[in-house]
Design a protein around this ligand. Structure first.
Ligand code: ZN
Ligand code: ZN
Length: 196
């Protein structure tokens, strides 16, 4: 199955911080030929679980629509999936969803920090797009496809795909711009030796 990286639509669900949406658009347009922020839509009511005070992520994803390109729902609301306390985001083929709720330093009683929030949002966006493109979790801690159990894991990882993950995408016919992939140090050293 070939997935086109031509178009990506960011779909705010409810009121979402514009500085984060613009940062995502500017970053992700390097991955796709076109990245746009759509006008905000109200958060659907059905996925709200009043007992948990959270929204059912898979149900939101189900209700999202894609018109050919990749769509990324972005919400400030807290998300969960059955069996999990919370989720940072999720993906199903061309439909992806991330929540800023637990990416905000304030959630952890730290001072607000826009740069940190933007960096975390970019990592979660790249992670979910990676799933949307067929990537699974990656054992390499620094890879954006590494599973984030907590925000500490998110802060530790890079926002880009590791060499193994980018090669896996390339095998599926998805060529990433060089800047979206990290070349491992061992490979860089090997090349330096070869070029001497
Ligand atoms: Zn994941
Ligand atoms: Zn990886």
């Amino acid at each position: 199955m070939h997935i086109s990286l031509d178009e990506l639509y960011i779909q705010p669900l409810g009121r979402v911080d514009e500085e984060v949406l613009e940062f995502l658009r500017d970053g992700l347009c390097r991955l796709c030929k076109k990245a746009d922020v759509k006008p905000a839509r109200s958060m659907p009511r059905r996925p709200y679980n009043p007992d948990r005070g959270q929204y059912d992520g898979p149900m939101i994803l189900e209700e999202m629509e894609t018109d050919g390109g990749i769509v990324m729902g972005v919400t400030e609301m807290d998300l969960y999936a059955t069996g999990l306390t919370f989720i940072f985001g999720m993906a199903s083929r061309k439909k992806t969803l991330i929540s800023l709720h637990r990416l905000r330093p304030e959630f952890y009683r730290a001072v607000p920090n826009m740069k940190l929030l933007q960096a975390r949002a970019m990592k979660e966006a790249m992670h979910e797009i990676g799933h949307g493109l067929g990537l699974r979790h990656c054992p390499q801690i620094s890879c954006v496809m590494h599973f984030s159990n907590s925000i500490v894991d998110t802060d530790l990882k890079d926002w880009r795909y590791c060499r193994r993950c980018s090669l896996s995408l390339a095998r599926d016919g998805i060529d990433l711009p060089a800047e979206m992939a990290v070349r491992s140090q061992s490979i860089r050293i090997a090349e330096a030796v070869r070029h001497r």
